[in-house]
Ligand binder design. Structure first.
Ligand code: HEC
Length: 427
């Protein structure tokens, strides 16, 4: 039997046609031939143009002229009408699965007859009120024409537990939309630690009524020892006793009958007590060079991933470098020197660890030929044919210091740069 069909049948047992409230809906106009037809469910007597709203509760009713009912030939059917309402519990009586998106359906197979003459059609809609099980917020009404489902009314609101809809055919099904049952909590669950109380509550949506939670072991695995799943709340709690990675499935079952279920696989990591959060990167970190892109990733172990990296308060990196949350130090250093920086890593359980690590940034190697071209070639010609080839750094520095030939402005050159130029000038 199809699931949808079972749901149909289940709903049939739940539904109660509401009768008592209908008598106040009398349409007392004797000539009314349009509009909703309602009737006195208590007496079974209806005025002209009105019709019982309670097909299950009324088996006989009287129509006066003009009739709102016609037979298969289109001829009016008036007078005392016998009404029966089929509430079949046989799957074979259901012509087809309800339209997709509908989870439950109510069979309202109504037979109206006067003697051997069967009423085939309403010229005005018949108002039907049905009690709707909790959890259902909307009703779509379809007719079944022998081949297809035809939408008669979509999204009829459920008010006070009742759905009120108008039907124009004698075989009607109300399709009840219920949000599908689904587990909303995602895997993996937050990690736990041996000896530390753990609590996480699984959540679900949809379905009908209260939920019941159960779990099942995945192959070779289960809930972590020390933890249990509360059937009524979905809470996984307790104090884990054994480290490891645990896989299991949790199933939520709703209160429908037959119940619907939804299952999801979960994993929980239980960390050992000793595995405290530690920064494992060693000092010094890889050296960098001024002007050259630098990238180094810090490492930690223990605790609960993911980690979040920050600089300890008051600490700073070599100029030009930055640290991101993933522990990547990157950038292009601008200044030579050695910097000691205190790094802090914070894990998902808010544990922290700090460690001081030094980074040396080396000066960029000087390009003597380029320095010559920039500072000297204008007066002494190209490097290859320079009249100053073979000059020592001391000689160059002395010429600068002595402002020989107006060279004094070159005092901005560092001794390293003068040395580099001298090296370039060496024969
Ligand atoms: C503004 C022009 C000018 C620039 C720029 C200049 N020099 Fe000179 N330099 C001179 C003149 C003029 C002399 C003196 C004549 C000579 O020795 O050729 C001189 C002399 C020297 C001498 C000889 C000094 C001595 O006491 O015998 C050296 C060595 C020298 N320059 C190297 C350099 C180097 C290296 C640079 C670049 C860092 C440089 N100069 C840039 C114009 C310049």
């Amino acid at each position: 039997m199809k699931k949808t069909t079972r749901m149909f049948l289940y709903l049939l047992t739940l539904l109660t046609v509401i009768c008592a409230g209908c008598s106040s809906d009398h349409n007392n106009s004797p000539t009314a031939t349009t509009g909703s037809v309602t009737a006195d469910a208590t007496t079974g007597t209806v005025a002209a143009g009105t019709m019982v709203s309670s097909p299950a509760g009324v088996t006989s009713m009287t129509f006066s002229s003009p009739s709102v009912l016609t037979d298969s030939t289109g001829a009016p059917v008036t007078g005392a009408i016998t009404t029966t309402t089929s509430k079949s519990t046989s799957a074979s009586s259901l012509p087809a699965a309800p339209p997709s998106g509908s989870s439950l359906a109510l069979l309202l197979d109504i037979t109206m007859s006067k003697g051997s003459t069967q009423v085939k059609n309403f010229s005005t809609p018949l108002t039907v009120v049905v009690a709707v099980p909790s959890g259902i917020t909307s009703v779509d009404v379809y007719s079944y024409n022998g081949t297809n489902w035809v939408l008669e009314q979509a999204g009829v609101a459920v008010t006070g537990g009742n759905a009120t809809f108008n039907i124009t055919h004698l075989s009607m099904w109300g399709c009840f939309s219920v949000a599908p049952l689904a587990v909303t909590t995602t895997s993996p669950l937050p990690a736990g630690t041996v000896g530390t109380a753990y609590s996480q509550t699984l959540a679900a949506t949809g379905g009908t009524g209260a939920y019941t939670w159960t779990w099942a072991a995945a192959t070779g695995s289960a809930l972590p020892p020390g933890l249990s799943l509360a059937e009524t709340t979905g809470a996984i709690s307790g104090t884990p006793t054994t480290a490891g990675t645990y896989n299991f499935s949790a199933t939520v079952t709703d209160s429908a009958s037959p119940a619907k279920t939804a299952t999801q696989a979960f994993s929980i990591i239980v960390n050992p007590v000793g595995a405290s959060l530690t920064i494992t990167s060693a000092s010094p970190l890889t050296a960098g060079t001024v002007g050259t892109a630098y990238s180094q990733t810090l490492a930690a172990s223990g605790g609960t991933t993911p980690y979040n990296w920050t600089l300890a308060p008051g600490s700073s990196l070599p100029a030009g470098l930055t640290l991101n949350a993933a522990g990547v130090i990157s950038g292009t250093p601008t200044t030579a020197g050695t910097t000691t920086t205190s790094f802090t890593v914070t894990d998902a359980a808010a544990a922290t660890a700090s460690k001081s690590l030094s980074i040396t940034i080396n000066a960029a190697s000087l390009n003597g030929a380029a320095l010559y071209a920039t500072n000297c070639a204008g007066c002494h010609g190209p490097l290859a044919t320079s009249s100053k080839r073979g000059s020592t750094a001391a000689q160059i520095q002395a010429a600068i210091n002595g402002n020989v030939g107006g060279m004094g402005f070159l005092s901005v050159l560092t001794s390293a740069e003068v040395q580099a130029i001298a090296t370039a000038l060496s024969p």
